[in-house]
Write a protein that binds this ligand. Sequence first.
Ligand SMILES: [Zn+2]
Length: 337
Amino acid sequence: MTRPPKPFPWQREVWAQLVAAQREDRLGHALLLAGPAGSGKKHFAYCVASALWCRQPDADGAGCGGCPDCRQVQSEAHSGYFLLRVEEDKRDISIEAVRELSEKLTFTAHDGRAKVAVIDPVDALNVNGVNALLKTIEEPSPGSHLLLITERPQALTATLRSRCQRIRLAAPPPDLALTWLGTETGGSVPADHLALALEVAFGAPLRAAELLADKGLELRLGWQRAMLDLAASKAEPLAVADAIGKDGAIDWVQWLFGWLTMLMRARVAPSTAGDPAVAVLAARLPAELLDRYIAEVQTALYGVRGAADKRLILDGLLIGWLGLLARAGRAPQNAAA
Ligand SMILES: [Zn+2]
């Protein structure tokens, strides 16, 4: 975390509402930061934590980035800052980890100052973990704030959602995202390449910046081509799985989830697809079938990280994709045509 703790341009409105709520003492102590991948949720959580501790906040209520508190949050070393993530090669966040967090919130001295726990992502908690978290939310220790990050608020239980104050962190409109991306890349990338990166990142500017930095753009364009080729019977699923490889499995499943979500959007708004071939494909797929396949991919998202045989998951999802296409071909609106 090397950026100053200021919200991104597209988060300013949400930020102003949050600061107003804090000043009027109506800020919930459990905040659900929900939004698509690469839209800046983690950064927003960091801004909130900095603002709660900063000794010299700016006029907008954001942290200065330079005082000892801001610097300690930045290096994740602040004594009142607790971060819970999925450990490497683990499938979810364990109940033990949630209990430990809860104890830290209860027993850490705060001297009237804030304590902040970030859970990223909160949808990685299993049923027991969620129950332990609910207990922590219902019996808050003084001065504690829970910042719960998720890309998939719909995957959370209604009980958990209802106990949190929802902060919607949407991706910015394309023109704002492109302007930001241009500044971020120092004006060194041609505009059409920026637009392509943003398209491949499904409109999420931080993800687009990452893709431009690490060459992930070509890889993802190749994945999209493979899905289109499968739809046109120009590729074999096992060969596509070979090309992705087990080392690429986690990234691919994450990409696939985002790509399918984009397809769902493109069914009603074809211009959001970018590539015209994608828009044509989207129009061919019945929403109900697509929805069912997205649920399958979502299950794989949880499973793939800790799976011993990642190849099995790749094969299963690619065969599922062919199954969806076959059923879409038999769907009533096509048969009637
Ligand atoms: Zn500061």
